[in-house]
Design a binder for this molecule. Sequence first.
Ligand SMILES: [Zn+2]
Length: 79
Amino acid sequence: MKKEITCDCCGKGGVMSKRITRCFGKGDRVVVIDGIPLCVCPHCGESYFTASTLQEIERLRMHRAGLTVQGMAPVLSYV
Ligand SMILES: [Zn+2]
């Protein structure tokens, strides 16, 4: 699987993908998701999630919505 990603911002190719950990939500609905692929453009410096990544994040959040332990943010792994 080798496809070049083009930047949503400047339209150039060669966008790099790296894995990050990020918190989503607020208050007692915060979840931490580990290993999310973030696209980073070396040309304009823009960084963003792709639409499919955002969908998967949303799915993970919905899935874990009922499992939140009060006072602790659950850590999810992006697969
Ligand atoms: Zn760019």
